[in-house]
Structures are given as structure tokens and as C-alpha cells.
Design a binder for this molecule. Structure first.
Ligand code: DAK
Length: 257
């Protein structure tokens, strides 16, 4: 039987993806990439799902791309297969994605966490871009998303030396949204996902799109996009419901329309 490289489950309106290559520190091979992408897309297709949590195990979120799988590949195969290019489908997911990180998040593992919309981690977690030690550079966003997240100086520190930082330093640097006890990481990520799940699905998607747009546009274009999106939300019943609920001092009941 083939290896079940991820485990998925649905908890209320939250889809959970657990990386499941414990013997390889959840190293990311082509199979696991396809599995994560396909599971995320399936969750998004399900109108009942509001958010996705991606996690690993207590030793590793993911210790990077699978070095043993890629080490002998010739250039032409990497280039022609657009090796690991499918991760673009993961970053195109419109539902919020929360990375719950325990243990190592290195190389592609750190990059996968950064593709998520926020990272929850414990003090013992370890983040890093050690590709320089392998004679390569980050290939899945480590030079780009990390720099945007923590700034040039610290990104250079990690990318050029390959050193790891723990969860506390990652939180101070702005990489991690919330630092919680190691055994509370998944629980906290699930609580955040459940909070998001109580909102309106189209509004949640619009909010994610708005924040992500900040990385793609000028300030003026971004502000215009935000304002027009805000205007468009007045076409939703959920906007009327949310504001009516506030005015009448009751909890809103969103219908996702
Ligand atoms: N790949 C393959 N196997 C790995 C692995 C990895 N990244 N990390 C760990 N393993 C395997 C180990 O080989 C070992 O297997 P066995 O020897 O038992 O068969 C098992 O997991 C347990 O690991 P260790 O025995 O090493 O455990 P330790 O506790 O001593 O050390 C460690 C844990 C995480 C510090 C260490 O395993 C380590 O340094 N791992 C490698 C970390 C690393 O260098 N990561 C970066 C990989 S390069 C691209 C997209 C993405 C990328 C590139 C291009 N494109 C789109 C173009 C990404 C590149 C990378 O991520």
C-alpha cells in the first residue's frame, strides 16, 4: 500500500491537513505536495469549510524539501517539470490557512508555513532556511516571503548563514502570529480557525484577498481595491445581517451570501 503522506479531517467547519512522513521529518516530496494541494482545493470546494489548518507532528512541521528525492535530478528535469511549481495552487487557495508549527520548519517547511496566512508556533519550534548548506538557495519563497515578513537584515542572516531561530525569536521578528506553549499550538490554531468559521465565508475570502493585495500593489492601488471591495460587500445579505445584529445587540447569523 502506498504511503499515506497526509492525514485529513474535518472538525466542524475547519479542514485539517496533517503532514504524515514522520520517518523523514515530514520532508516535502512530490507526492506530499500534490496531496496537500489537492486536499486544500477539495476543502475549498466544500462550501461548508471556512478555514484550513496545516500541521505536522511534535518533532517536525516539515524539515524542508526531500533532499534524497531531489539530489540526483538533472537540471533539465527540474526545469521541464517546473519542479515544485504546483505550490502556486496552494497559495491560490482563497480560504484562510493557518500553519500550526511544532518542531522543525526548515527550508521548504519554513516556506510552506509562510505560504499560510498566519503561523502559530511554540517556543521549541525551529525556523530556518538552511539551503545554503546544501549548495542551493531557497526555492519556494524563502528569499521573498521571509524578507517581506521579517525584513532584509534578518532574512539575510537566516538565508546566508543557514542558522535556525526558535519560536520566540520568530515571534519577535514578526514571522509568527502567536507564540503559545508547545502543547497548545494545534489547539490554538483550531480555536483561531473556529473563530474565523463563525464569520461570513465571502467576507473572510475578501479580507484575505485584501491583506494579500498589500504585497502585490502600490499603496494607492491597494487602498482603491480595498475601498471597492468594501463597497461590494454591501451586496451581501451578511453585511445587512452583521450590522443589524450589532444595532439590535444580538449575535449575527451569517448565511455566507
Ligand atoms: N529531506 C530528506 N530527508 C530528511 C530531511 C529532508 N529535508 N530532513 C530529515 N530527513 C530524514 C533524515 O535523513 C533521517 O532519515 P534516516 O537517516 O533516518 O533515513 C530522518 O529524516 C531523521 O532526521 P535526522 O536523523 O537528521 O534527525 P535529527 O533530529 O538529527 O536532525 C534535522 C533533524 C531537521 C535538523 C536534520 O534532519 C536536518 O538538518 N534536515 C535537513 C534540513 C534541511 O536542510 N532542509 C532544507 C532542505 S532543501 C524549490 C522549492 C523548494 C525548495 C527548493 C526549490 N523550487 C520550487 C525550485 C526547498 C529546498 C529545501 O527545503
Amino acid at each position: 500500500m502506498s504511503e499515506q503522506v497526509i492525514l485529513t479531517e474535518t472538525v466542524d467547519r475547519v479542514g485539517v491537513i496533517r503532514l504524515n512522513r514522520p520517518d523523514a521529518m515530514n520532508a516535502l516530496n512530490v507526492d506530499i505536495m500534490h496531496a496537500i494541494v489537492e486536499a486544500s482545493e477539495a476543502f475549498q470546494e466544500d462550501a461548508n469549510i471556512m478555514a484550513i489548518v496545516v500541521t505536522g507532528n511534535e518533532k517536525a512541521f516539515a524539515a524542508g524539501a526531500d533532499i534524497k528525492e531531489m539530489q540526483t535530478k538533472p537540471y533539465i528535469e527540474m526545469q521541464q517539470s517546473d519542479w515544485f511549481g504546483h505550490w502556486n495552487r496552494f497559495t491560490a487557495i482563497r480560504l484562510p490557512i493557518i500553519a500550526a508549527v511544532n518542531g522543525y520548519a526548515l527550508g521548504g517547511g519554513c516556506e510552506l508555513a509562510m505560504m499560510a496566512d498566519m503561523i502559530i508556533a511554540g517556543p521549541k519550534s525551529k525556523f530556518g532556511q538552511p539551503e545554503i548548506n546544501l549548495g542551493v538557495i531557497p526555492g519556494m519563497g524563502g528569499s521573498q516571503r521571509l524578507t517581506r515578513a521579517i525584513g532584509k537584515s534578518k532574512a539575510m542572516d537566516l538565508v546566508l548563514t543557514g542558522r535556525m531561530i526558535d519560536g520566540e525569536e520568530a515571534e519577535r521578528a514578526g514571522l509568527v502570529a502567536r507564540l503559545v506553549e508547545d502543547d497548545k499550538v494545534l489547539e490554538t490554531a483550531m480555536e483561531i480557525a473556529q473563530t474565523i468559521a463563525s464569520k461570513s465565508r465571502p467576507v473572510v475570502m475578501a479580507a484575505k484577498e485584501g491583506v494579500n493585495n498589500a504585497f502585490e500593489t502600490t499603496l494607492q492601488q491597494g487602498l482603491l481595491f480595498e475601498r471597492r471591495t468594501f463597497h461590494s460587500l454591501f451586496a451581501l445579505e451578511d453585511q445587512k445581517e452583521g450590522m443589524d445584529a450589532f444595532s439590535n445587540k444580538r449575535q449575527p447569523e451569517f448565511k455566507d451570501r
